[in-house]
Each structure stands twice: as C-alpha cells, then as structure tokens.
Design a protein around this ligand. Structure first.
Ligand code: NAP
Length: 280
C-alpha cells in the first residue's frame, strides 16, 4: 500500500478546498522542549501545512516551561479567531500533566482528536475530530478496497492516539475487532487469525511472517529510529504472504500528516458553522 501516493492526492484535494474556503485557515502547533523526534514531526507537519496554503504557526516553549505557561498559551489559541486547529505535540515533559493540557483545548479546534469530548464521540460512533493516524489507516484500507464488514481485525497497541481509535473505527465499520497489548498472552495466535492486522507498538519486527494469515492486509504504524533509518513493527518478509503491506517509511507516516490537514479544514468548517460538531 502506497501511503505516499494517496497522501499526495489528499493534500492536493485539501489545497483546492483551502483555496476555495473564502478566508485563511490557520493551524497552530505547540512544542514544549527540544525532543529531536518531536522536532522532526513538527517540521514535517509545517512543511505540509504551508504547501496546501494553510497558515501555520510554530509555537515553541522551552523544556523548563511550566504547566501554567502551557495552559495560558492554549487558552490564548482557543480565543484566537485566526486559529482553526491546535495541535500540542506529545509527549510533554513529565512535570506537565498531559490530561490538564488536553482537556484545555477547545474540542472544535482539537485537530488531533484527543480531547475527551472527541474521544467520547468516537466511542459513541458520532465522530467529531479523530486522531490522524487511525484516520490514515482507514483511508488506506478503503483506498485498496479491503473488505471490513465481518472481517477479523486485530490491532496491536491500545494507546489513545493510535490503537484505541483505530480499533473503534474498525468496529464502526463492522469488523470483528481484537485489541492486543503488552499483556496479551499469545500474540501470534491472535494475529494469525487477522484478515486486517494493524501493528502500532514501536517494537521492530514484533510481527513475523509466521504470525500473519496468507492474504491479510497488514498496516504497519510502528516507527523506530535505528542506525540504518526508520523501521516498522512488521518484518519486511511478511510482504511475501500478506495481501497488502504498508512500507515504513512511506506508508502510514505521510497519511497521518495528510489527515491532520483534512482535520484542519474540518475544524474551520465547524467554526464557520458549515459543519455541526456533534457536541455543539
Ligand atoms: P505507545 O503509546 O507506546 O503504545 C504502544 C502500545 O504497544 C501499547 O498499548 C503497549 O501495550 C503495546 N505493546 C508494547 N509492547 C508490546 C508487546 N510486546 N506485545 C504487544 N503489545 C505491546 O505508542 P503509540 O503512540 O501508540 O505508537 C505506536 C507506534 O506507532 C510507535 O512506534 C510510534 O512511533 C508509531 N507512530 C507512528 C505514527 C505514524 O504516523 N506512522 C503516528 C503515531 C505513532 P500496553 O498498553 O500494555 O503498554
């Protein structure tokens, strides 16, 4: 599955929507500290944002910033009419309570879909904002016509930003969903029953060829930096028996960024009243 190609098409469509919107659309990102991986993600997001004509604000706070300073910045962005979307790059330094910050973001501007209101709406099946990575996973499965109703989908990973929302999206599309995690007793026996396998762990090669059903659609969300570059959770040999496999890099990564852009347009539409946010 070619995430780069699909993401490029989605970005081109977003650019057309931005040009036709009638007013500028703004996305503000906030990065606390100087974690090199987070810095790379923010840079990639900004490059893509600017390319589609969305106005990007790159806000940085020092690693020493207090929770109060960050909350004050979020409040400022909530009140700023020129800002449609707010993305606070996680993880935050240990001193700062992530939940306090997430809860402070205006749910209409929460383009990462992590505010409890948006997370709750996803559970209820009437979606508001949804995290970009699971949206990208579903967009790839749809692009390659992978049948979801009745399919057995296995998601490895249960984080709030990837595993859980991916499982919920698959469930809403009528897949039979199993969620695996670090306490799962026999991972291979679970994964080998999957028609659709989503690996979101961050352990290189945790999915080996013997663990995957012939013809399965395998989505590798994992990203680990090694001396030889980025590697995913799925051993490359899985490609020999899988029906589909996303590469790392060039699979889910570009889709995450493309879906952030679609969420920013969605946020602007919520704010203009063109779309009703289910919580409104
Ligand atoms: P996370 O919060 O660390 O969650 C990892 C999940 O994997 C946890 O639920 C954990 O289980 C589970 N896990 C750990 N070891 C396991 C094992 N041996 N067997 C089964 N499950 C195991 O990470 P995340 O934010 O969800 O990200 C997951 C991966 O995706 C990372 O590599 C991250 O870099 C990557 N990622 C990629 C993109 C992209 O755009 N491609 C976007 C976001 C994240 P417990 O809950 O029991 O601890």
């Amino acid at each position: 599955m070619d995430g780069k190609e699909l993401a490029a098409r989605i970005r081109a469509d977003v650019a057309r929507q931005v040009a036709a919107f009638g007013r500028p659309i703004g996305l503000a990102t906030v990065l606390v500290g100087d974690d090199p991986a987070s810095d790379v993600y923010i840079r990639l997001k900004h490059k893509a944002t600017l390319e589609v004509g969305i106005e990007a604000r790159d806000l940085r706070l020092p690693a020493t910033a207090s929770e109060q300073e960050l909350l004050a910045l979020v409040a400022e962005l909530n009140a700023d009419d020129a800002v449609d979307g707010i993305l606070v790059q996680l993880p935050l330094p240990d001193r700062i309570d992530e939940n306090h910050v997430i809860n402070a973001i205006d749910p209409l501007k929460d383009v990462d879909g992590i505010h409890p209101v948006n997370a709750g709406l996803l559970v209820a099946g009437t979606t508001g904002h949804v995290p970009g990575t699971p949206l990208g996973v579903l967009a790839l499965l749809d692009e390659y016509d992978v049948e979801l109703p009745g399919a057995h989908a296995v998601v490895i990973g249960r984080s709030d930003i990837v595993g859980k929302p991916a499982a919920l999206l698959l469930l809403h599309r009528h897949a039979t969903v199993t969620v695996c995690h670090s306490r799962t007793r026999d991972l291979a026996s679970e994964t080998s029953r999957a028609d659709v396998l989503v690996a979101a762990v961050g352990v290189p090669g945790i999915v080996q060829p013997g663990m995957v059903k012939e013809g399965a659609a395998v989505i590798d969300v994992g990203i680990t930096r090694t001396d030889t570059g980025l590697v995913g959770d799925v051993a490359p040999e899985v490609a020999e028996s899988a029906g589909f496999l996303t590469p790392v890099p060039g699979g889910v990564g570009p889709m995450t960024i493309a879906m952030l852009l679609t969420s920013t347009i969605r946020a602007a539409r919520y704010r203009e009243g063109e779309l009703a946010h289910p919580s409104a």
